[in-house]
Design a protein around this ligand. Structure first.
Ligand SMILES: *Cc1c(COP(=O)(O)O)cnc(C)c1O
Length: 431
């Protein structure tokens, strides 16, 4: 299968090339030339097996095709259980059982498993650049840690991630270099973009990126939606599973949307946003108008220009009317997020991270309006990762998952740098 840029249907790359490059050379996003036909999907015994079967058509003719089952086995080493909530026919799909306690572990580990197989040159390692507002950097650092032929450079905005997030970002070492940038997330992203577009630098330091536009992260995320909806359908006599997805850059939601287009028994898909309302405004009929992001307590969704939007539009043939009909998107403010976390704990003993709570609120609204059927909320992070928000609301300490407490017990180090491109280049050239 060939891959093209959303901006140029005449361009063509193999899957491996698209995964290595991240962004297409014209600044567009890689998409399959044609989406595989909607087909009768079958569930495997494990998430890894389902995903390998699902993704096989995307890997046809690629050098990685024969490796796909092994790549999936490596990436999907932890479960994504669907658990019932206290309210009838409501479920939570827990995507936070990986090493850094967020759904991004699935995509990051799949990408690492692909790139490890494509770049075995320890003499001239490939450097993966990541600008992170918190969760991505840790997932990528963990996934690439100690992989031969690869190294990771993480940039995060000093003082703008939670203390536990900061610790996770700095605790790897070895082939992972972490920098705290005296600036904003946008400053970090600008530095990374400039490096990725710097041909001269890359003659010395080959670079790639691992942000949420990477096909190597997007494709595997379909796996848990397909696996879960197929098993749910079998267990519940053919019922479709409707989903609410906490959304920032649209990577996770887009995976569900494509999974449904490929034949997964998913019903409605609702997007939950925080106070960053670019998508809700667009789906309500407004223009698509990127904004400067505003800071919220669901910080991994603080996105003013969702970077997968171009892919979503491509999927709907740039037909805005059809796109608006296909989904709803709802903005949830910080007070409502807090109120939802507090109330669900008081009433039902359920504990959600701030991102997941946006989706819980959207589901409650759907039920309040008479919404029927089985609905699942995607739980994108473990609440213990955001203890400074959640603990005061529920009035008790959170239990920390073993993998997370293991990371938190290691020493952490991140060098402080100014948001200066020359400084970054010096750092990149040093190793
Ligand atoms: C990254 C992230 C999101 C947003 O996911 P997108 O794919 O960017 O839409 C939501 N919740 C958590 C906890 C995240 O880390």
């Amino acid at each position: 299968m060939n891959y093209i840029s959303t901006r140029n249907p005449a361009s063509a790359a193999t899957l491996s090339q698209a995964i290595t490059a991240g962004l297409a050379p014209d600044g567009g996003l890689y998409v399959p030339e044609t989406l595989p036909e909607k087909r009768h999907l079958t569930a495997g015994a494990t998430l890894a097996e389902t995903t390998a079967g699902l993704l096989a058509p995307f890997f046809v003719d690629d050098v990685l095709a024969g490796e796909l089952p092994a790549i999936c086995a490596e990436a999907f080493q932890f479960a994504a259980p669907l658990k019932p909530l206290a309210t009838p026919n409501d479920y939570v799909l827990e995507l936070f059982h990986g090493p850094t306690a967020a759904f991004k572990d699935f995509g990051a580990r799949f990408l690492a498993a692909c790139l490890t197989r494509l770049h075995r040159d320890a003499e001239k390692p490939l450097t993966i650049m990541v600008a992170t507002s918190g969760d991505t950097g840790a997932a990528v650092a963990s996934a690439f840690h100690r992989r031969l032929g690869l190294r990771v450079v993480v940039l995060y905005p000093e003082g703008r991630v939670s203390p536990r997030q900061a610790h996770q970002l700095g605790c790897f070492g070895d082939n992972v270099a972490t920098f705290r940038v005296a600036g904003t997330f946008d400053d970090c992203q600008t530095l990374v973009k400039r490096a990725l577009n710097d041909g001269q630098l890359q003659q010395h330091v080959p670079l790639s990126s691992a942000n949420s536009i990477s096909l190597g992260r997007l494709l595997p995320q379909m796996g848990y939606y397909v696996h879960t909806s197929l098993h749910h359908q079998a267990a519940r006599h053919g019922a479709l599973l409707n989903v609410v997805i906490p959304t920032g850059n649209l990577g996770n939601a887009l995976a569900a949307i494509i999974a449904r287009a490929l034949g997964a028994p998913i019903g409605q898909i609702a997007l939950a946003a925080n106070a960053n309302r670019v998508l809700p405004d667009y789906f309500a009929g407004g223009e698509y108008a990127p904004q400067v992001s505003v800071a919220t307590i669901a910080n991994a969704m603080d996105v003013g220009a969702p970077n997968n939007f171009e892919r979503l539009r491509w999927l709907y043939h740039e037909d805005d009317a059809a796109l608006r009909k296909a989904f709803t998107a709802v903005s949830v403010d910080d007070d409502t997020i807090r109120e939802t976390i507090r109330r669900r704990f008081e009433r039902y003993g359920e504990i959600f991270c701030p991102h997941t709570a946006t989706a819980v609120h959207v589901l409650e609204t759907i039920r309040g309006q008479g919404g029927e059927g089985d609905w699942a909320v995607a739980a994108t992070a473990h609440p213990a990762k955001f203890e400074s928000v959640v603990e005061p609301l529920i009035g008790q300490p959170l239990e920390v998952p073993a993998a997370l407490s293991d990371l938190l017990s290691r020493p952490a180090h991140a060098e402080l740098i100014e948001p200066d491109y020359g400084v970054l280049c010096d750092k990149l050239l040093m190793k």
